[in-house]
Design a protein. Sequence first.
Length: 235
Amino acid sequence: MASKELLGQQPKEEIGAARFIAKNPTFDGRNVIVGVFDTGVDPGAPGLQTTPMGTKKVIDIVDCTGSGDVDTSKTASPVDGKLTGLSGRTLSLPTEWPAIAEGGKYHLGVKPGYELMPRPLVARMKAERRKTLVDEGQREAVAAAQRELREPREGAAKDDKKLDEELKARVAQLEALQKAYEDPGPVYDVVTYKDGGGTWRVCVDTSERGELASAALLAPYRLEQKYGTLDAVSL
């Protein structure tokens, strides 16, 4: 369901579209199929959900950029309902998935998440991931080492110069690591297979933990008009 915030970004009143439709209620594109070449389309956009007749408005989506290509030539058979993904993670196959075609195998791939995202989004993702995955933990580790260095010690450790040197080196290494950090981004396992009905299906492990049940199992968009998202941060 469209949120009020998103609906407010559709300037129907400002451009006169709402008044035009009010005067011409059947001039809404019904029975017309339009092909659009664009840098991207959001099937979740509020204005692209249904036609006035109640049918799906976006009937097919085809990626022509190549950025979504994944090598899935590697095949495997599950053991106790699990596969080993190309990332090395253990992937748990949900029992509710449509059964694989008789004699079929699962095709495996792996995809760096940043290859799927436009540059402005990659920059934002790196900043947010650095803040949550690196900066907070690093600051705590540096503060702990500095605190231990400043606090008075008793007994044999009171004048332990080696301990002082070790703590100073620890602080220096932690600070250097924080400056040198490079974020490779998320890495997603990909599983695709042909089901018993002859439909190719694909799942991208957006959990990065092998929890395929938490990700969408998709067919070609034209068949089921279903889509998935990578995560809430990248939206």
